[in-house]
Every structure is written in structure tokens, then in C-alpha cells.
Design a protein around this ligand. Sequence first.
Ligand code: GZL
Length: 341
Amino acid sequence: MKKRIVAVTCVLMFCLGLIGCGTERADKTQQLIRGAAPGYNDGLIRVGMIQTGKESDWRDANTNDYLNTFTKERGYDLIYIDGNSSSERQVKAMYDLIQQKVDYIILQPIVETGWEDAIHAAKEAGIPVIVADRKIAVDETEYVSWIGSDFEEEGRKAVTWLDQYLTEQGRENETIHIVLLEGTEGATAAIGRTNGILHGVEEHPNWTIVDRGCANFTQGEGQTYMENLLSEGTVKDIDVIISENDNMIFGAMKALDRNGKSYGPEGDIIMISFDALHESFENMMAGKLHATVECNPLLASTVETVIEELEAGREVDKIYNTEENIYTYENAADYIDQRKY
Ligand code: GZL
């Protein structure tokens, strides 16, 4: 993009007989450039967006938020690329967007690793990259900002709630057998939530994780995991299922139903998940789920603010965290009508 601006600026300044230019003329020239550069004759801000895929309902809400924000009517030409749950596809998409000389790249990575070269190529090309949702394991100078949740805090919220609930139930000294359904390996959401949960388990000598495994944030894999666990019969006691997103626990519920297991506030197994989808509120009100830790998928407005600040030539923050709560079967009815996803 920078090379394009320099070349066209020189032509424009020569034509207009401009000798030197103050900020205002440079801005006007820049606006002219956006309308004048070959192939970019619409004045729109070209934004490339690399998404993880369609692994969960949370992701669908997250994607729709971007599609509804970066519209032509609002001044953007959004080039949306679905990563189809493939890191390789995401990395290729980064190079494709660099080739297309977009103005900005929004990256929602599947996993944290493997981004060094691609993100540096974008920087070399003068294209600001805004990372959202999960993080990437590169020097923070390689990208403009990261917008997302404190995932380890989300894990701690789940543990704090479980501690309080067991105490209210008079089970604070009972041996508690926990099954942990984990999200995609290497994804910041899974890394952070798992760390928060495991630290909480360490703080409770009477809590034990009897089984844990990855179900990639999908409902199907959550059901398969739980079906296999129940059919193997090696785990005799399950007191709690903690699932690192709502879709996996929805799948686990199907497996529990098929195996005649009772769960939820009116059953035997305590059920905790993450995301706070509208459907999880329905499950809490139906007595199937105890608690869900909110993880806000509506990140597009903050991403847009960062782009607007950059367009205005202003500094932006490196980190923007989202505000989140935990909701339970006791307060789900009070909040379900306010839920946006
Ligand atoms: C969290 C996000 C996770 C959600 C899942 O920010 O990365 O990925 O918790 C989604 O539902 O698939």
C-alpha cells in the first residue's frame, strides 16, 4: 500500500503543482489516492478478514457481527476468507490478501503458532494487521492490536462458581470427579480456560480430573468424546463436566441422554460451559445446565474503532479486552431476553 501511495502522490503533486504538502493536503491527496489508484476507484477501505471457520455457534455470531459491520454502505470493501478450520489455509489467506494490497487485515487465528513469516510479510507490505479473538505467538510489534477475552480469567470464573456451588450443597470436602472437555489444541481460548481451570483444581485437593480431552469446540466431537468415555466404562464417577464451550456440552448432553445419565441442577452431574449462547440460557432454564461463562463474540465494533483511529492517523492501544460475566440456572431467566447471540 505504501508504494502505491508514494507513486500516486508524486504524480498527483506534480500535476497539481504542489510544492511540499501539509497534513491537510496529504490527507486530501490520500483521499484522492483511494479514489484514484487503479482498481480502487470507489473510495472504500479494503479490509481483508481471515476467520477460523464455522466450528461453533459462537463463531457464527462472531462472523455475522463482522459481515454486518464492514459493509459497503458503511465505507468498506470486506474480503472475507473462511479458514475452514485449517491453519494452513489461514496462512495462505494472509499472503493472498497481501498480494491484493488490502488496506487492513483482520486475523482471527485458529491457533497461536505458525504466524511469524506471514505476519512479518504483512508488516513489510505496510498493511496493518488487527488480531482478534485468539492470539498469535509473535512479537507484539508485528501487529497493531489484539482484541479479545481474558480466557484464563474465564476459567477462574468457572472454578470460583463451582467452589461456591459445592459449598452451598455441603459438598466442600467431598471428593469431586471432574471431566474436562477441551477446545482446539493450541487455541488461546482453550489454553487460557484450561490454565484457569487446572489452577483451580490444584487449589482444591478434594477435586480430581478423572478424564480430559479435546473436542475442538464442536458439538459433534463433544458428543463423540462423551459417548466413548461412557462406553469405555473406565470412569466410574462423574460429578462435574466442564466444557470449554457451549457446543461441546450440548453434544455431551446428547451422549448422557443416550446413556441414561442424569445431569443439570435437577440431576446428578454438575454441568458448566463457556460462551453464554442464547441456547445455553434455554438449557439452564430447562434444568440441564448449571452455568456458562460469557465470552463475547461481538468484536467487530472495537475492530472498526481501531481502523477508524488508524485512518485518522491516531495511536491505538495494543490490547482491548472485552467485558464478560458468568450466568447460572438461577439468573438465566432474568437475562435471556437481553442476549444478542
Ligand atoms: C473464544 C473463541 C472460541 C469459543 C468457541 O474467544 O475463540 O472459539 O469459545 C469458538 O465457541 O469456537
